[in-house]
Structures are given as structure tokens and as C-alpha cells.
Design a protein around this ligand. Structure first.
Ligand SMILES: Cc1cc2nc3c(=O)[nH]c(=O)nc-3n(C[C@H](O)[C@H](O)[C@H](O)COP(=O)(O)OP(=O)(O)OC[C@H]3O[C@@H](n4cnc5c(N)ncnc54)[C@H](O)[C@@H]3O)c2cc1C
Ligand code: FES
Length: 279
């Protein structure tokens, strides 16, 4: 899909907020889905890059603005950071599966590390919308409405803790941890999560998480220890985004002989954390 940059603003020295005006893009998405993005006529890097959808906006339903948050880390994101409003960009999506919130859940626990936050912020917004619909008595929404949204955010410094205002707007109860202590508690986000999960009410609690692999593995381990279901959105290097290149395979737990793999782009990026082999 040929789209164009609507805005591309810095959030801080390393993070940016990108809006892509995308005629024909669906006017709804599910939290956890992603898009593949590539500047046209660029050969270095040649492959598109994957980004979670943060939110959709626009007055015009035929041409929504797909909003992404991204960290500038390598050639692809550096090139993206130099793009100006009005420039053409290639966009493919929405792709992948999404977080599935069980109807019986009353305490969703959202855990994000660094730039893992966009799909988690999207999930908080969706849960808040569900709660508002219930409060206004919209038909068919009384079931499966979360009472409390708990959010745990982690980062190296305060600069790496994004979307705080979004979570506040969603009415979430928020706790943050930074490694240098510049925001919230000093330490890791799992230091805050562990005591919370120890006291969690079962079976009405479930964890939804996205962030660096080490954090995901630690969150998955804690959730399993405390018997709390956990869905993790996993990031892998992706070349195509739709199941053609096999480049994004992750190992899943197998009962029989030999390893078994799933494709993050098609069967993920969200997995039940107990399904994955964490290293
Ligand atoms: C489903 C999905 C959703 C994502 N959502 C976001 C998002 O919302 N915001 C965001 O900033 N980033 C997101 N990413 C990661 C993003 O795709 C990479 O940061 C981006 O591809 C890096 O491109 P680059 O050319 O700048 O860096 P490269 O030069 O390609 O890589 C720089 C370094 O980052 C590593 N790297 C590259 N891609 C990934 C990756 N996917 N996972 C882990 N390490 C990687 C490389 O191994 C290398 O060490 C997502 C990835 C996936 C798969
Ligand atoms: S990115 Fe090509 S198969 Fe998943």
C-alpha cells in the first residue's frame, strides 16, 4: 500500500512518533497487530521493518493515520527518522494476531519494557473503551469487562518509559521501575511485578506483555511460577511479515521428538508464554 508520512516527531533523542496517512487501511485494528514499513526506492536497507500499531486516528475514515512509536537503532530506523511529512512510504498491514482478553478477566496486568510499549498502550486503550461501553450500558458489553487495569512499565532511564499519559487516560493503576532510579522504583520491572503476582486473585488475573526478550522471559517465568496466564508479544527479525520467508521462526515447546517452530509474523506476534521455549 502506497501511503505518505503525516508526521514524524521526536519524543526524545532516541524515540519518535510516526503518523502514516494510509488510504484504504482498515479503520480498526486489534492490539498486538503490526505493520511492515519501508521507504520506496531504497535498497539499503532493502527489507521493510516491523512496527506495532500504537493507534489509528483521523477525521477521515477512508484514510486513517496509522500511528507508530519507534526507537532509532539501526539503518532502517535512522532512515525513517529523516523522512518528512508528505513523503511516500510503503505500508503493509495490519498483520499478525492480537492479544486475546478472556471474558472472565477482571484484572488485566499489562507489562511493558522500553519500546515494547505501543501494543500494550493499544491494549490499555481497548480495555478502557470496553469499560466505558459497559458504564454507558451499551448492549452486549456487560460481560467480560475488566474492573482494574494494572500497568507495570520498565526502562533503563525515565526517557525509556513511554506512554504514561495514555495509561493514565485509560484509568490504569500504574507503577514504573527504571534501572537508574530516575523514574519510579530503582530496579527492574519484574521487581515490582513479582510481589503483585504473589498476591494476585486467581483465576481473574492475566498478564499481557511486550518488551526486550530478557524481560519477556523473566515475566513469563514469574507468571508461570504464580500460576497466572501470560500472553507475550515477541519481536523477531522479519523480512516479509506474512509467512513467505520463514525468517521469523521461534521454537515452541514440543511433546514429541525434535524441535518445533512457529512463525512470529503469521502465528504471532502474540503467544501464550507457556508455548514458547525461553532461553
Ligand atoms: C512484531 C514486531 C513489532 C515491533 N514493534 C516495534 C515498535 O513498535 N517500535 C519499535 O521501535 N520497534 C519495533 N519492532 C522492532 C523493529 O522492527 C526493529 O527495531 C527494526 O527493524 C530495526 O531496524 P533498523 O534497520 O533500524 O535496525 P537494524 O540495523 O536492522 O538492527 C539494529 C540492531 O537491532 C537488532 N534488531 C533488528 N530488528 C530487531 C527485532 N525485530 N527484534 C530484536 N532485535 C532487532 C539487530 O539484530 C541489530 O542488532 C518490532 C518488531 C517486530 C517483529
Ligand atoms: S517474516 Fe517472513 S515468514 Fe515471518
Amino acid at each position: 500500500m502506497r501511503a505518505q508520512i503525516a508526521f514524524n516527531r521526536p519524543l526524545s533523542s532516541r524515540y519518535r512518533h510516526l503518523g502514516i496517512l494510509a488510504p484504504g487501511f482498515p479503520c480498526a485494528f486489534a492490539a498486538g497487530q503490526f505493520v511492515m514499513v519501508r521507504p520506496p526506492f531504497v535498497t539499503d536497507p532493502f527489507l521493510p521493518r516491523a512496527f506495532s500499531i500504537y493507534r489509528l486516528s483521523s477525521a477521515d475514515e477512508d484514510a486513517p493515520v496509522v500511528e507508530l512509536l519507534y526507537q532509532v537503532i539501526g539503518k532502517g530506523t535512522q532512515r525513517l527518522s529523516r523522512m518528512e511529512p508528505g513523503q511516500r512510504i510503503e505500508l503493509l498491514g495490519p498483520l499478525g494476531n492480537a492479544f486475546a482478553v478472556p471474558e472472565s478477566l477482571d484484572t488485566p496486568v499489562l507489562v511493558a519494557g522500553g519500546i515494547g510499549v505501543p501494543p500494550i498502550a493499544a491494549l490499555a486503550a481497548a480495555l478502557a473503551k470496553r469499560r466505558r461501553s459497559q458504564a454507558t450500558g451499551a448492549p452486549g458489553t456487560a460481560e467480560g469487562c475488566p474492573q482494574t487495569i494494572r500497568v507495570f512499565l520498565g526502562g533503563k532511564t525515565a526517557d525509556d518509559v513511554l506512554c504514561v499519559k495514555d495509561f493514565e487516560a485509560a484509568g490504569a493503576t500504574l507503577a514504573a521501575a527504571t534501572e537508574d532510579g530516575s523514574l519510579g522504583a530503582r530496579g527492574l520491572v519484574t521487581d515490582l511485578l513479582e510481589p503483585f503476582l504473589r498476591g494476585a486473585r486467581h483465576p481473574a488475573t492475566a498478564v499481557f506483555t511486550c518488551g526486550p526478550l530478557g524481560m519477556l522471559a523473566a515475566v513469563a517465568r514469574l507468571a508461570e511460577q504464580h500460576g497466572v496466564p501470560c500472553q507475550a508479544s515477541v519481536e523477531e527479525n522479519m523480512a516479509c511479515g506474512f509467512g513467505a520467508c520463514m525468517g521469523c521462526a521461534v521454537e515452541v515447546r514440543a511433546e514429541g521428538a525434535g524441535p518445533r517452530y512457529k512463525l512470529v509474523c503469521k502465528e504471532g506476534p502474540v503467544f501464550d508464554s507457556r508455548e514458547l521455549v525461553w532461553r
